[in-house]
Write a protein that binds this ligand. Structure first.
Ligand SMILES: Cc1cc2nc3c(=O)[nH]c(=O)nc-3n(C[C@H](O)[C@H](O)[C@H](O)COP(=O)(O)OP(=O)(O)OC[C@H]3O[C@@H](n4cnc5c(N)ncnc54)[C@H](O)[C@@H]3O)c2cc1C
Length: 596
């Protein structure tokens, strides 16, 4: 008898896990299929969750009932609010994680979830009938029927691993590639695939490091959890934070890299595809910034029960003997011993212009794509898409309206809007500068922005939602200084009076600025038809970065609207361009008056 499910999720990385959990929680019989059940929710690169703009996305997933925040709180070994010296609008939580524990906890969560089954196998092809999903075929030849499929295959599609001149098939080091599915995605589903690449750093043994020569980077004295639902007091009491350390590359390191650039896999022409601009290999950094004599290297523990340490900033595709030499040239790492070498990986991705804002493909009904397969990079970007793909696949099966988050509601809305309208020509990652409404979509108010949505979908329980409603009322009372009959912390738990007061304080601080921000955003919208003069010289706009100038000069947009649709052009760039054009217009007008 043929097995059948309402939804099948292919892949159990950060996108696949969020997707599968959502579908099962929404009451649909779901199967998650993965090449290796021992590597569920693995972090193949940095053992950390969150960071600038990414931390906000994790909190957004959490506010709607996703898992990444809760698991990070349980597996975190160091918690920090980044940008804490600046205003709350740009505060971003980040946690160093015990990566093994993260994977184990997520795996256990999947195993315990009602309506969800896990299968270790390879999906080799998708079965499509009349342009609609019918099922999948797996490596054993078995056909499994389903109403919808969510593909979250990360870096595995035709993955090729490079270590200097050596290269071989692989989805990650020591994990085989997914070599069949690309053919089906192109031939059966009509998708066009491209190639991207990324690199990771070597891991070394902490016992071989001289920490006395480095600067200690400790976690926050009063750490904050990611999840809105973590009991903050007991969590703080039980948390044992580990330190990270800071050292730097130097002229010797740079010489080793420069002298051997031709041997790196990112340069020998085998890896021709684009890599993430913002996590470049050390080879790329040294080439791109020849004037710099040193770069930061953050030395980060990978967990409580391992000696392995991650060298953040030393992403590389150099051959292994040179990796060892490069590491030993760095202060504090003179005797460091490599446990795992860094490597580059190249894989197939599908340009997200081929999906709708629901993350369903335009070519095949009920086929959804989420995560790195859509040309993004990062665990948080992947989890966000997996979560939304899971919700929208479920809503579609249930015959309900889709969930489309707006740009002024959530970073997740910006991510999906950006990739589905502009496409990608290099791996996409999130930044606060991509958000034109960043003063209102803050880290502190993710619950106020999104918990209603999570509850309406059925991912936030009625019991918790009642507490949340009381919290919202409390905020209103405090805002209006009506503080006589406030509820107790016990009534509000896991929220609190302190949290409500903080929220009011931040809101009041930003009220005026948010009004200005909205006016600017509206002005940009109104200015969409504004003409940009032919042969306009972008190099004259000092406040635009080199990357933006390059992209604008390449496309030569005729209007502001066209400029805003260019890949990687941010709302802040458009604001600068609009103001510059306005200034020029005024100057021209004044000159004309003078001449007359
Ligand atoms: C070497 C390397 C370096 C990286 N560097 C960075 C970096 O610098 N910065 C950054 O932000 N991110 C980096 N990443 C990317 C980060 O790992 C991903 O963004 C994130 O893990 C993507 O999540 P995902 O869920 O889309 O896919 P993944 O986490 O890759 O998970 C894919 C899942 O799909 C499964 N799968 C694949 N094909 C099949 C199939 N046919 N059948 C069944 N199961 C299948 C796999 O078993 C796996 O479970 C790096 C990744 C690698 C491998």
């Amino acid at each position: 008898m043929k097995r059948n499910y309402k939804i099948i999720v292919i892949g159990a990385g950060h996108a696949g896990c969020e997707a599968a959990l959502v579908c099962a929680k929404m009451g649909l019989k779901t199967l998650i299929i993965t090449l290796n059940v021992d590597s569920i929710a693995r972090m193949p690169c940095n053992p950390a969750i969150g960071g600038i703009a990414k931390g906000q996305m994790v909190r957004e997933i959490d506010a709607m009932g996703g898992m990444m925040g809760l698991i990070t709180d349980k597996a975190g070994i160091q918690f920090k609010i980044l940008n804490s010296s600046r205003g709350p609008a740009v505060w971003s939580p980040r946690a160093q994680c015990d990566k093994e524990l993260y994977s184990v906890l997520m795996s256990k969560y999947l195993q315990n979830q009602q309506n969800l089954e896990i299968l270790q196998s390879e999906a080799t092809s998708l079965i499509v009938k009349n342009s609609k999903i019918y099922g999948i075929k797996i490596l054993t030849g078995e056909i499994i029927e389903t109403d919808a499929i969510i593909v979250t295959t990360g870096t595995f599609l035709k993955g090729t691993i490079y270590l200097g001149k050596i290269y071989f098939e692989g989805g990650r080091f020591n994990e085989r590639a997914s070599s069949h599915l690309s053919k089906s995605l192109t031939e059966d589903c009509g998708l066009v695939l491209g190639r991207f690449k990324t690199t990771t750093t070597p891991r070394i043994n902490k016992l071989s490091i001289d920490y006395s020569k480095m600067q200690e980077q400790s976690g926050d004295a009063k750490p904050n959890p990611f999840s809105h639902f973590t009991d903050i007091e007991s969590w703080r009491k039980n948390l044992k934070q580990l330190s990270c350390w800071l050292t730097y590359t130097n002229s010797t390191t740079h010489k080793i890299v420069r002298d051997n650039l031709t041997l790196s896999s990112i340069n020998i022409g085998k890896v021709n595809s684009k890599s993430p601009r913002y996590c470049p290999a050390i080879e790329e950094k040294i080439k791109r910034y020849p004037e710099k004599t040193s770069h930061h290297i953050f030395v980060e523990p990978e967990g409580y029960n391992t000696n392995e340490v991650y060298l953040n900033g030393l992403y590389t595709g150099l051959p292994f003997n040179l990796q060892q030499k490069m590491i030993n040239s760095i202060v504090g790492l003179e005797n460091a011993k490599v446990i795992r070498y860094g490597y580059a990986i190249e894989y197939d991705y599908s340009n997200p212009l081929q999906i709708k804002e629901t993350l369903e493909t335009k070519t095949v009904e009920n086929l959804f794509l989420g995560g790195q397969i859509n040309g993004t990079t990062g665990y948080e970007e992947a989890a966000s898409q997996g979560f939304i793909a899971g919700i929208n696949a479920s809503l579609k099966i249930l015959g309900k309206d889709p969930l489309i988050l707006k740009r002024n509601e959530a970073y997740i809305g910006i991510l999906i809007d950006d990739i589905t309208t502009k496409g990608v020509d290099e791996p996409y990652r999130m930044f606060t500068s991509r958000a034109e409404y960043r003063l209102s979509i803050r880290n502190d108010n993710t619950d106020l922005r999104l918990m209603d949505i999570g509850h309406s979908i059925g991912l936030i329980s009625d019991k918790l939602y009642k507490k949340f409603e009381l919290y919202k009322k409390t905020i209103k009372y405090i805002y209006k200084k009506n503080i006589e009959n406030l509820p107790t912390d016990k009534d509000l738990h896991p929220w609190s009076i302190e949290k409500a007061k903080e929220e009011v304080c931040i809101h009041k601080k930003y009220e005026g600025y948010i009004e200005i921000q909205n006016k600017i955003a509206n002005k940009i919208k109104k200015n969409e038809d504004r003409k940009i003069p032919e042969n306009f010289d972008y190099s004259k706009i000092k406040s635009l970065c080199a990357e933006t100038k390059q992209r604008l000069m390449k496309v030569c947009p005729q209007t502001i609207g066209q400029a805003s649709k260019i890949h990687a052009i941010k709302p802040s760039d458009i604001a600068i361009l609009t103001i510059y054009l306005e200034k020029q217009k005024k100057e021209r007008k004044n000159k004309n008056i003078e001449n007359n």
